[in-house]
Design a protein around this ligand. Structure first.
Ligand SMILES: Cc1cc2nc3c(=O)[nH]c(=O)nc-3n(C[C@H](O)[C@H](O)[C@H](O)COP(=O)(O)OP(=O)(O)OC[C@H]3O[C@@H](n4cnc5c(N)ncnc54)[C@H](O)[C@@H]3O)c2cc1C
Length: 500
């Protein structure tokens, strides 16, 4: 009998695929099961009339030579397969509040200098704020690639303090507080709830460097799949897991919609945890655990307008643009029909490096799942005329809002396509179409966390709900999950080795 251990991974999102790579490289026999036609989950792209669009990941940070994501991508063998295009280092993000624009530059000194120019009276507080951001972001073990040196105490403290609570302690000026969290669509922050640690990680991650992936984020998924296959594993699309079959002590195999049964020694669910729980009816999973996971709030959903531009009409915008139609950048996720969209995020896809003109762009705005409730259960592409009318009305509202800051945009659009939180629910299984899965809430503490281990000893969870969302957040989750097979220190060591 072979000593090689079999692992079945459910879901080919970044979490599932990166676990597949780490374990395949370490001698495990990997099978990834994906429900959809395409791999990648939120790394998926789609093409209409020859123009390509990203549905989830649009830009990444800390990926310059020697930075943390660069090292991890080298280890995962992705770097050779993707081309990164740097966003404008003087303003990778632009926050515009009622048309007043603030640019976020890369680099600590540059950030402090720029913000001190915008808010000269706040210079000392800006220094204090940035020092804290760097300390909190650096407190994670991954930042050091050395488990022992992580500062758990500092990390924990700022997991329990809200972003606005900490900013209120540092600043008195309301405007600077609003600007500093102006890119909050990147982490769907909620006032009084989202931990300052989340803000610090994201702020530091993109401040270090910011890039688009040339040709689209699906190249990351394609590369990860290639590596799994190189080490003898398989990634199977159109294989929806319908049941994780267990005996009284452990999981035995996964049943799929097509009736195929996959036996293995270990199982990892890279899906939203509620999708994973739906697959299990073992007594090993206690009702109290189910209800705790079910009660964790979700991040808001998102409405997207994917625009295809008329040829050579729109200059490629090498920044992300966050527009606000409100003076406060908080609470944009709660809106009425008449004041939506309170804010939006507008970006271009980098279809080739140093392109002069953009081919496509995307506009994102928060949307609550309640708005889609009446179409739940309807099939994709056949939800009915009222759904199509709803989407058109929302798209026109959103485009008109962006047009105010980008005059001429409407006339440059050759065609557009839309997606709603329901689309995300159907394509990725994210609960209530939530953008980033479960929401972090300082008041919930441990009860708001999804553990990577389950009471079924050979079943683990991974993906954005374990640690946090985003390319680095998900990969940290992967390291946490795979540390059950290899230990975190081994993985850190392997990352360092791969970068020698
Ligand atoms: C609009 C948007 C913009 C974003 N922008 C960025 C960005 O610019 N930068 C960044 O770093 N991050 C960004 N993110 C976040 C990032 O894309 C996600 O955190 C990450 O890709 C999630 O990966 P995952 O593996 O956890 O989950 P997912 O990508 O959701 O993957 C889960 C997979 O499981 C599959 N699945 C579910 N149920 C089953 C089943 N029963 N059987 C088989 N398969 C199943 C799904 O089909 C899916 O493929 C964005 C996300 C969104 C939604």
């Amino acid at each position: 009998m072979s000593d090689i251990k079999k692992v079945v991974i459910i879901g080919s999102g970044l979490g599932g695929l990166s676990c597949g790579v780490v374990l395949a490289k370490n001698g495990y026999d990997i099978t990834v099961l994906e429900q959809g036609d395409q791999i990648g989950g939120c790394l998926q792209c789609f093409t209409r009339r020859g123009a390509k669009f990203e549905t989830g990941m649009h830009f990444i940070g800390s990926a310059a030579k020697g930075q943390i994501l660069d090292m991890i991508l080298e280890y995962l063998e992705v770097k050779k397969d993707i081309t990164l295009s740097p966003l404008n280092p003087d303003c990778y993000d632009v926050v515009s509040i009622y048309g007043e624009k603030f640019k976020f530059p890369n680099g600590s000194e540059q950030f402090i200098e720029k913000f001190s120019t915008y808010f000269p009276k706040e210079k000392d507080n800006i220094l204090k704020y940035w020092d804290l951001v760097k300390k909190v972001a650096g407190a994670s073990s991954l930042a050091m690639l050395q488990h022992a040196e992580s500062d758990e105490v500092l990390n924990m403290k700022y997991q329990m303090l809200s972003i606005n609570g900490v900013l209120d302690e540092i600043f008195t000026d309301e405007k600077i507080k609003n600007v500093l969290i102006g890119n909050l669509p990147l982490y769907a922050a909620i006032k009084d709830k989202t931990p300052f640690a989340t803000h610090a990680f994201v702020a530091d991650f993109y401040n270090q460097s910011a890039f688009r992936i040339v040709g689209g984020s699906d190249s990351v998924a394609i590369s990860l799949r290639k590596t799994i296959e190189k080490y003898g594993g398989k990634v199977l699309t159109k294989h929806k897991a319908t049941k994780i079959v267990c005996d009284s002590t452990k999981a035995l195999g996964v049943e799929t919609q097509g009736g195929v049964f996959f036996e293995a020694d270990y199982f990892i669910a890279g899906t939203h945890p509620l999708r994973a729980l739906q697959l299990i009816d073992s007594k090993l999973i206690r009702p109290a655990f189910r209800s705790r996971i079910m009660s964790i709030p979700q991040t808001p959903g998102v409405f997207c307008v994917y625009v295809r531009f008329k040829e050579n009409t729109v200059k490629y915008m090498n920044s992300n643009f966050y527009g606000y139609n409100t003076s406060s950048t908080w609470n944009c996720e709660s809106y009425t029909d008449s004041n939506w969209p309170k804010n939006w995020l507008y970006m271009h896809l980098c279809h080739k490096d140093k392109a002069e003109f953009a081919q496509t762009g995307v506009i994102l705005a928060f949307m609550q799942f309640n708005e889609l409730q009446k179409w739940v259960g309807t099939p994709i592409g056949r939800r009915g005329e009222d759904y199509e009318n709803f989407k058109t009305r929302k798209a026109e509202q959103l485009i008109a809002s962006v047009e105010k800051q980008f005059p001429g945009l409407q006339n440059s659009i050759a065609s557009y396509y839309t997606s709603t939180p329901l689309t995300y629910f159907d394509y990725t299984g994210t609960e209530r179409g939530s953008m980033y899965g479960i929401a972090k809430d300082i008041h919930l503490g441990a009860t708001g966390r999804v553990p990577h281990k389950t009471r079924i000893p050979n079943l683990f969870l991974t993906g954005q709900n374990i640690n946090t969302h985003g390319i680095l957040g998900v990969i940290v989750g992967t390291i946490v999950t795979c540390s059950e097979f290899l230990t975190a220190e081994t993985i850190y060591q392997q990352i360092l080795e791969a970068n020698k």
